[in-house]
Ligand binder design. Sequence first.
Ligand SMILES: [Ca+2]
Length: 493
Amino acid sequence: MKLIRVVVAALTVAAVANAEKRPNFLFILADDQSPFDLQMYNPESPLETPNLDRLAAEGMIFDGAYHMGSWSGAVCSPSRSMIMTGRTVWHLPNRKDKTILAPADINDFVLPAMFNKAGYATMRTCKKGNSYEPANKQFTVRHDATKRGGTAETGSEWHGNQVLKYLDERASGKDERPFFIYYGFSHPHDVRDGTVDLLRKYGAVNHKDKNQKPPTLNPERPTPEVPVNYLPEHPFHHGHKNLRDEVRVPGVWKNRDVATIRNEQGREFACSENIDIQIGKVLDKLEAMGELENTIIFYTADHGIAIGRHGLQGKQNLYQHTWRVPYIVKGPGVKKGVRATGNIYLLDTLKTLLDLGGIEISTEHTEGISFKPVLEGKQDATRDVLYGVYCGGSKPGMRSVKKGDWKLIKYDVLDGSVRETQLFNLAENPNEFLKEHHDPAVVRATGVKPKPNQVNLADNPKYAEKRKELEALLLEQMKENDDPYRLWDQPQD
Ligand SMILES: [Ca+2]
């Protein structure tokens, strides 16, 4: 009897210790990656990412993950600051204007500060710059460098090696603390210099001559087809004159011809597959260390990217390819093999990570909403309405709002010379086709003939009520989020 009691007591202690074993975190961030590059979001994509596919199969894929936007041409900067602080776009502490709408002690409540305080070992590798330095510098181990080359030392493998080295040191030391690793890449952001093998796989070259088209359409290794919503030019000016991403990206410049876009996509895919390979090495290492099962893994990007979609090249727009981000979560407590259709913001990441780690934070500091209930399969979404901003060029810029299948985008740029409204039903027109996509020359380039109703519906009287509803919702969101601007057709309160 006594022996049984001892055994039961020992089992109870073991159970408690197990229950108290806190999870590790591996947060992986790509730089400039559209969800539609990945086969899990776009089965037509030739990009192969077996390691991400494995994470997705063992975890949860989000179909409704969005970043809130930017007040700078460097969209990375507010986006990454939202990840670090959990604050909404107009409430970020590093906004370059006089209104500071963040608590003075915000830097004590940013991602690494919170995990440090909670007793985690924190490590980071990522590109340098265009981020929130007061947070970045608080990781106790930090190896940042911008790596966009095509070799092990100059490309994504370098970031992977920093994580592998860190895990080796940890395995040989006595650190019993759980870890938080921020595993950031500098790619597939341009310059998209891929490795020789992967460039060959996607038929692409590191194109250097802006006056020549790249030599594509190699019959043995064709470059990827243009995206389905490719256009040779955007129907009106996006409002940010001389924007680097639209005119100076090496390999593209102002060119939007089919050969250039196909080649640049091939380069993007070469860089993204290399990222996948580096993720695979870290997953294998964690498995060998016996840590994989106790590690919660997040994979996302700071924002999407156009690369020829809608005639655009950069990340300074609010179409789905750019407003949305890929988002995968896998780990203990996360439902396996589920797609969450509901909406989350990238800025919800911090609150969710803390929630999963059992770490408290006040709503004064983070404005994110934890989507832990979604990860546990208890609900499908945490937000009904999404609001997006691009305000890095001429003001007020672009705004978007989305509810259910309906989405509105408005453009008020270049001193009022561009005032446009777009209304889409994303269930019927997920690629946000415009009337320009129906042009026979475009259809020949994409191989896709849109259906008659796959157009901008803003001026269709049949949808006047819907447009009115979305216009009101946008204004409400602008007020709610302290947007300092109003558009031409909104009351100037
Ligand atoms: Ca970026």
